[in-house]
Structures are given as structure tokens and as C-alpha cells.
Design a protein around this ligand. Structure first.
Ligand SMILES: O=C(O)CCC(=O)C(=O)O
Ligand SMILES: [Fe+2]
Length: 315
């Protein structure tokens, strides 16, 4: 893995660095190198103003400090509801609950009227979430252009159906958990195209690499970016979408905020011809994003590795 920085405690890893202050060519290369290897990296000098992030963190703090009744009014266990607050489960599974609370919001892009379906409290939430999402998504779109350039494709390659579905925004909170086996989020690969995450300073996010779990460490103010399965499928396995999970912390609460760039429901997720050749035949079936989402929304016994395999075509 390139760009790893020592020393860190055993099992901790500093993600490859993508530095937006470098030349376009260098940035493209760094994204591509990380993408072909682990599909996880940290972006620094990304241009998202620090105040935007601080306001976001403050409003998230306020959200969890409100009387429970104010949050609960937005609570729903209905997985199909695009905007909701829920506890413990994001996947269809055998009923297992995971140790986290999540505010999940959805929106068109530009956001426009979508935000009228977001919580009314805290008062500033809609405005702050919108500003954060606009900046973060802008960075993500630039990243996709740089990635496309690095792969020798048109810069707007991902700007059609692959990247123009409704955007998701999540605020995750993992309360302290006394159970040493506590699972915040079970192992999974992301279902969206690209995930842009601000982690808290409390560690907990781990990814699986060559059979071991590594705890992610980032530089201050960095975004963690990872590739979702649709990117792996479209590039016929060239880019990697790696399994990750969140482990709980016995003492401290952990919070993360994510913005997810997503395909449209009817978009066909299949290996694109640019990535196919005689030597590299398609290794995945073509399915619509809706079918893909349903297939990958199931976690069995806390494991999602079955999901990636279930999508592979027999050759
Ligand atoms: O909370 C985190 O650090 C990771 C969240 C995550 O993997 C997800 O929302 O898909
Ligand atoms: Fe994830």
C-alpha cells in the first residue's frame, strides 16, 4: 500500500493520502493507486472550509443533545423511508441490532425542496446540512472527474446515471458499549458509488485488507473516501470496494457524518465496455441499481462478504 505513515499502534493504519494541492496528474494517480489497492483513502487540502465542517459537527452535537422526544418524532423502522432516524439496523438481517443510532436523509441534487422533509429541529439543521452536503458533494464530483481522467475517460464519465441518483446524508452515532464484542456496523461494502466521510477523532472504523482488520487513522481535517461496489462492478474489478465495519468503544461515543453519491434507481450497473477485452471478460452480471441495492441490503450473520460473491457471474 502506498503512502502509509508509520509509526502507529499495531493494527492501526494511516490511509493513503490524496492531496488536492498537488497537480491534477498527481492527484489522479494517487486516487487510482489507492483505488486499485484498497479503495480507501484520505483527502487533504480538499477546499471544504473548516467552518462548514465545524458548523456541521456543532449541529450534530445539538441533534443528539435535544430531548429524546424531539428526535423520536422523526423515528421510523421503515427501511424504505428516505428520511428517518433509527437505531441499530441498516440492513435486512436476521433481526440483529447493531450498536448505533442513525439520522439518514435523502435529497435530490441540487437540494432545493428536498430539505423540507428533513428534521425541523435543531433550528439550523437544514441550512447547515445543506451547506455541508453542497461542499462535500462538490469535492466528491471533482474526485470522480480526476478519477475518470486518471483512467483515460472523459472527465464527466460519472456525471450521468451512475452519479446522479438521490444523494444520501447520514449522521451516525455509536454510543459507548460495555460489550467487548459490540458491533456498531457489521462488515459491509458500500452500496453507493462513492462515500465521503468525516470521522470523529475516536477510532472505530476498520477495513479488511489481506485477511486482517485495520483501524483507520486519518490526518486532522481529512475526509475519508471509499469506493462503493458499483464502482468495482463498472470497472470490472479494477477498482476495489473493500469491506469495512465499525467497532464500538467501551468509554467514548463516536460520531461520523457521510455524504453518498449514488446511481439512479434505473441505472444499469454492469462492467463498462471501456474495462472489457478478450483478456478481461465481464466478471459481474448486469443489474439495475434497484436490484443491486436490494441484493446488497442483506447482511447474514453479521457478514456481507456473501454479497460481493452473490453478484459475481459464473465464468
Ligand atoms: O461510521 C463510520 O465511520 C463508517 C460508516 C459507514 O461505513 C457507512 O455509513 O457506510
Ligand atoms: Fe460503509
Amino acid at each position: 500500500m502506498g503512502n502509509l505513515q508509520a509509526p502507529l499502534p499495531e493494527g492501526f493504519i494511516s490511509l493513503p493520502v490524496v492531496d488536492f494541492s498537488l497537480s491534477r496528474e498527481e492527484i489522479s494517480r494517487a486516487i487510482l493507486d489507492a483505488g486499485k489497492d484498497i479503495g480507501f483513502f484520505q483527502v487533504i487540502n480538499h477546499g471544504v472550509p473548516e467552518q462548514v465542517r465545524r458548523d456541521m459537527e456543532a449541529v450534530c452535537e445539538e441533534f443528539f443533545a435535544m430531548p429524546a422526544a424531539d428526535r423520536e418524532s422523526f423515528h421510523s423502522d421503515d427501511n424504505l423511508k428516505p428520511n428517518r432516524f433509527f437505531t441499530g439496523s441498516t440492513y435486512k438481517n436476521s433481526g440483529a441490532k447493531f450498536w448505533f443510532d442513525c439520522l439518514r436523509l435523502s435529497s435530490t441534487f441540487p437540494i432545493g425542496d428536498s430539505k423540507k422533509d428533513w428534521p425541523e429541529k435543531p433550528e439550523k439543521l437544514r441550512e447547515v446540512f445543506e451547506r455541508f452536503a453542497v461542499h462535500t458533494r462538490g469535492m466528491g464530483e471533482e474526485l470522480l472527474r480526476l478519477l475518470s481522467e486518471g483512467m483515460g475517460l472523459q472527465p464527466d464519465y460519472f456525471e450521468g446515471d451512475l452519479g446522479s441518483g438521490n444523494m444520501n446524508l447520514t449522521l451516525n452515532q455509536y454510543p459507548p458499549c460495555g460489550d467487548p464484542e459490540g458491533v456498531g456496523l457489521p462488515p459491509h461494502c458500500d452500496r453507493n458509488l462513492l462515500s465521503l466521510l468525516i470521522p470523529s477523532t475516536v477510532p472505530g472504523l476498520q477495513f479488511s485488507y489481506k485477511g486482517s482488520w485495520f483501524t483507520v487513522e486519518t490526518m486532522p481535517n481529512a475526509y475519508i473516501v471509499n469506493f462503493g461496489l458499483p464502482l468495482q462492478v463498472v470497472t470490472n474489478g479494477m477498482l476495489k470496494s473493500i469491506e469495512h465495519r465499525v467497532v464500538t468503544n467501551p468509554k467514548e461515543s463516536r460520531r461520523s457524518v457521510g455524504v453518498f453519491i449514488t446511481p439512479t434507481w434505473d441505472c444499469l450497473i454492469s462492467p463498462a465496455e471501456e474495462f472489457l477485452s478478450k483478456e478481461s471478460p465481464p466478471i459481474y452480471h448486469a443489474v439495475t441499481y434497484r436490484e443491486f441495492y436490494d441484493m446488497h441490503g442483506v447482511v447474514k450473520d453479521g457478514l456481507s462478504s456473501v454479497l460481493t460473491i452473490s453478484h459475481k457471474t459464473a465464468i
